[in-house]
Design a protein around this ligand. Structure first.
Ligand SMILES: [Zn+2]
Length: 369
């Protein structure tokens, strides 16, 4: 049995040996294993046999469920889902929400507009793929409800996993400033969404404030709340669609939600989801593994301990070689740091963990799971 599972087994035995006297070791291990999920994707050109081998490998390394990113075609999830379920794991479909590539149904006017009046359709912030939709459009909800609904209909799908369920980063995580050559000490107009005609008009009707006439919109609390609520309403309507099909729905979110609100306008503690997967990616915030524990503490408290929190951990492919890899997206937890982050997550009330990604795991990472 590996180190982490053993640690928790021992602690459970210590606190509850009286009640568990007649339980076998095997039963205890089953009850105390840390639930492990993993973000992964494909299938690319992989054959069924290759997928079977990949997911059997995941299962053998203690992974209990897969968040699978395979595009929007339900047939892909039907094929891969059966293989994942046959391997004995949960199958969650990981499909971005507000970030979408333009297509016949997602026309230019449905994309978000920043405070410089630039559309994410043809002038996205940060990177060409940052084509975020406006969350205040009925056509956007209809598109997403139809797309997620068709995937939720597939028998092998246990849950819909939302991602990019947010505005573009109005503030970028501190560890990414150098990569993008930015200093984001406040909300700058280029990264501040959504100032489309509908958002401006609806906010004026609701609050009486014409946000385009305000000297510094970043100081208007009602305007922040209006945008938190747009995302919350979108999530809760999608949750109704998925729950009506007797499937679960959850999301990858930013940490906190204090950080999530500040950076991407996610007030996720108000969302009617079945569980949350906060991306507690310490290296993105120039923090260490101890910070992961602090985040989980806040996250569990934010949902009053009533919804499962799966602590998202960002692993490095290059343990011990951070300085040779300037891109922070190559950084992440080493095997030793991962052990600390798992322990601190569980001790602070997480229900389990989620790894980004098993494909980046070194042999030493795998030994610890
Ligand atoms: Zn808008």
């Amino acid at each position: 049995m590996n180190k982490i599972l053993t640690l928790f087994l021992i602690s459970i035995i210590l606190v509850s040996c009286k009640d568990k006297k007649d339980s076998s070791d095997e039963e205890l291990a089953e009850k105390t294993k840390v639930p492990v999920y993993a973000w992964t994707g494909g299938p690319g050109e992989a054959s069924d046999a290759e997928l079977v081998a990949k997911f059997k490998g995941f299962k053998d390394h203690g992974i209990d469920g897969v968040m699978y990113n395979g595009g929007q075609n339900p047939e892909t999830y039907k094929r891969v889902g059966k293989i994942v379920k046959d391997a004995g794991m949960e199958f969650h479909t990981w499909i971005p929400t507000m970030r979408q590539d333009p297509n016949d149904k997602l026309t230019p006017e449905l994309f978000g507009v920043n405070r410089l009046n630039e559309s994410a359709f043809d002038k996205p912030a940060y990177a060409s793929y940052y084509t975020f939709l406006c969350p205040n459009r009925e056509e956007v909800f209809s598109y997403l409800a139809d797309m997620y609904g068709k995937v939720a209909d597939i028998e092998y799908v246990d849950a819909i996993h939302l991602d990019y369920i947010r505005f573009p980063d109005v503030i970028l995580a501190r560890g990414l400033w150098e990569k993008y050559d930015l200093v984001m000490d406040k909300e700058y107009p280029k990264y501040d969404y959504c100032y489309c005609d509908k958002c401006v008009a609806d906010f004026k009707e609701e609050s009486g404030i014409d946000i385009k006439e305000v000297e510094d919109p970043t100081q208007v609390q009602e305007w922040k709340q209006f945008r938190y609520d747009l995302i919350t309403k979108m999530v809760n309507r999608l949750a109704e669609v998925v729950h009506a099909k007797n499937k679960k729905i959850n999301a990858a979110v930013f940490p906190g939600p204090t950080i999530a609100k500040q950076l991407v306008r996610q007030e996720w503690n108000k969302w009617n989801l079945d569980s949350f997967f906060p991306m507690n990616y310490n290296d993105f915030y120039l923090e260490d593994a101890a910070w992961v524990g602090e985040m989980v503490k806040e996250e569990v408290a934010a949902v009053n301990g009533k919804k499962p929190i799966y602590s998202g951990l960002f692993l490095t492919k290059f343990p011990g070689k951070k300085s040779e890899h300037p891109d922070p997206e190559d950084h992440g937890l080493t095997p030793e740091e991962m052990v600390d982050a798992i322990e601190l997550s569980m001790l602070n009330g997480a229900t389990g963990i989620c790894l980004f990604t098993p494909d980046k795991m070194t042999d030493e990472h795998k030994m610890q799971i």
